[in-house]
Structure formats: structure tokens, C-alpha cells
Write a protein that binds this ligand. Structure first.
Ligand code: GAL
Length: 351
């Protein structure tokens, strides 16, 4: 669906545009009555991104109560098309948004958006899909909010290493080597590249000998991961002792394939995900997944909104924890059976 606005959050209309130069920010010392934040996501059906947006909406409501400033949030779905996303940014600029938040479809193609934003003097917060540093340097009003990708790989590797060392049955053929397969996110996505690299190197650094049986790209997607895992199962069967999935949805796709194969759960490989989405946490709680790594959707949503708010009202950015004046990266955390209940309790957006 092209240029589709998927939902609008907030209450007031954008009443204050006339008081600003363009719509790039507020007046120092004078709070506007309302602000308008435009958001475009690469794919509204991506589980993690949609939960991040839920948090964003919930926090916008709380921030509105706290500040008394009406916060209008418009969220668009780019449906995996960079061209659509570029048009959406144009539409949001025409609409008078104070700040635009962009979850790039193609992280190597931010040029049109940067040029449009600079021309209109409207700041851009890129999030979740990190563009290269040179692009972020192209204008001073460009920011990035995300997480420390390498950390998620390290934590995933540590969870897997602990499983191998503490549970001899994880080494199904008893050869002292952890035979693994990888389910990767999108080709070229920084999280996919970095997670795979660091989770495997962490296993090795923790003294686990590993052997890669196979890997497949499944684009963060559960159904694609099920198909790829089914193929790997027919090729390697019970030789697979570990599945490293770049995210929870793909780990769940692997579980779907294992269930469909009829293999008893006690003969499944160890499965580790990343994200801590609601469904991912449920799979850790049920023991189907050995663990996941929490991708702090709440922290990222709040950081994005606080930054967008300050940029809109012309406020102070010093308390926001910006690195190099441009980056906010939230830490990850390990979620195993022993931690999962805390995360399940805290994972509902508070409204
Ligand atoms: C990752 C997340 C994935 C997917 C991807 C989209 O950070 O772990 O599940 O949402 O972002 O860019």
C-alpha cells in the first residue's frame, strides 16, 4: 500500500506551525501547545518494529500528560519500498511535521530523505536500521537511535556456550563439538552481520569448539525461517545441535519446523534468539528456546520520543545521553529461563 498512513496517535492538530521557522523546532523558552512527529517504518508486520511502535505510542501518551504539550504521532508503513518511504517523508514534511523518524527500508539509500529534510530544515531521527556514519555526518540535524548490535551477538554466544558446557546432552553425538546452523536476518543489515559474527566468535572464545553445518537468510521472518529450517532438517537432521537465530521470529520459525517434523522436544537442538518479543519470551518461558537477548524496545522508544520532543520544542539535548552528539544506543540483556518472568511482566507497554 503506497503512501499509506497506518495510524495517528495523539490528540491535537498541528496548531503551531506558523510560530516556527519552517517546522524544524520550537522557540527557545516558549513551549508550543502541540508538536507533530512523523514516523515511517520499513515494514509494519515486522514483530520487533511493531512492538517498538506500540511502546512509542504509549510513551507519547505519557509524555503528553507529563508536559501538557499535545503530541501528534503519525506512523506510515513503507511496506519494504524505499521509493514509498521517500514519498512518505515528503508527505510528512508537507504536513508540517517537526521531526521525522525513519526506519530505513534500505540503509544504504538515505540520500533522498537527508536532502529533503535538510532543504526543509526538519531534523531526522533514523532508528533500528543503522546507516553508515558518513551518511549520518552529512547534516548536523541527523540522529540515530538503536542498540549496540555487537552486544547482542556476544550475549547470544554466551547463552549458547553455557548451554553446551552445563548440559552435556546438548552435544547430541557426544563428539565435543557444537554443530550449528544460523538463521540470518536480511543480507546487508548491520544487526544480521554483526550478530552472526559475534555469537560464533563468542562461543569459540568461551572454549566451545564449533562446526557450521549450514546457514540461511530468512529476512527476520518466521515463515521464511520455517521453510529454511525444514530444508536444513532434511539435509542434516539430528546432526544440528544448535540454532543461532538473528532474531526471535526466526527462532520461532525453526521451532515451527521442528514441531512439523515430529521430532520429540527433548531431541531438538538448542535454539537461541534475539529480541525478547512477547512471542519470543513465551518460547523461553515454555523451554522451547534456551534463551533470547532483550532488544530494549521500551528504552529505544523512549529515547526516540524524548529526542524528537526536545528537537520539536527547541529544548536542551544535553541530558539525553547522545554519543558524538548524534547516537543513542541502548544496551541489550540476556533472558534465560531464570530471567524470563521479569521480562514478561515488564514487556507490556504501560499506557
Ligand atoms: C532488529 C530486530 C529484528 C528486526 C530488525 C528490523 O534489530 O532484532 O527482529 O526487527 O531489527 O530492522
Amino acid at each position: 500500500m503506497k503512501r499509506k498512513k497506518i495510524f495517528t496517535l495523539g490528540t491535537a492538530a498541528c496548531l503551531f506551525l506558523g510560530s516556527f521557522s519552517g517546522c524544524s523546532g520550537g522557540i527557545q523558552g516558549k513551549e508550543p501547545k502541540s508538536i507533530k512527529i512523523g514516523v515511517t517504518v520499513y515494514d509494519q508486520y515486522d514483530t520487533f518494529v511493531s512492538q517498538l511502535m506500540e511502546e512509542f505510542g504509549a510513551y507519547a501518551g505519557r509524555k503528553e500528560d507529563e508536559t501538557g504539550v499535545a503530541i501528534n504521532v503519525e506512523i506510515y508503513n513503507a511496506a519494504d519500498s524505499q521509493t514509498t518511504q521517500n514519498s512518505q517523508v515528503e508527505e510528512m514534511l508537507d504536513d508540517g511535521c517537526n521531526v521525522i523518524c525513519v526506519n530505513l527500508v534500505d540503509r544504504t539509500e538515505p540520500t533522498t530523505i537527508i536532502d529533503l529534510a535538510e532543504k526543509n530544515q526538519v531534523p531526522v531521527i533514523f532508528f533500528n536500521r543503522e546507516l553508515v556514519e558518513e551518511d549520518l555526518e552529512r547534516w548536523e540535524q541527523l540522529y540515530y537511535v538503536g542498540a549496540k548490535a555487537f552486544e547482542s551477538g556476544i550475549m547470544q554466544g554466551e547463552i549458547a556456550a553455557d548451554m553446551f558446557q552445563a548440559h552435556p546432552e546438548a552435544d547430541k553425538n557426544g563428539d565435543g563439538i557444537f554443530q550449528y546452523t544460523v538463521l540470518e536476518g536480511e543480507a546487508g543489515h548491520q544487526d544480521a552481520i554483526v550478530r552472526t559474527e559475534y555469537s560464533v566468535s563468542t562461543l569459540v572464545e568461551n572454549g566451545v569448539e564449533v562446526e557450521k553445518l549450514g546457514y540461511a537468510i530468512a529476512n527476520w521472518n518466521r515463515a521464511q525461517a520455517q521453510t529454511k529450517m525444514t530444508q536444513m532438517l532434511s539435509e542434516y537432521g539430528e546432526e544440528i545441535e544448535l540454532v543461532l537465530a538473528n532474531n526471535d521470529d526466526m527462532a520461532l520459525g525453526a521451532i515451527d519446523a521442528l514441531k512439523a517434523s515430529g521430532l520429540e522436544q527433548d531431541r531438538w537442538p538448542v535454539i537461541v534468539g534475539i529480541d525478547g518479543t512477547d512471542v519470543g519470551l513465551a518460547a523461553v518461558a515454555s523451554g522451547e528456546m534456551a534463551g533470547t537477548v532483550y532488544n530494549d524496545k521500551k528504552g529505544q522508544a523512549e529515547a526516540m520520543l524524548n529526542l524528537a520532543y526536545q528537537l520539536s520544542v527547541g529544548g536542551d539535548l544535553t541530558e539525553l545521553g547522545l554519543e558524538e552528539g548524534k547516537y543513542i544506543r541502548l544496551p541489550y540483556a540476556k533472558v534465560r529461563a531464570e530471567e524470563v518472568e521479569d521480562y514478561i511482566e515488564n514487556s507490556r507497554p504501560s499506557t
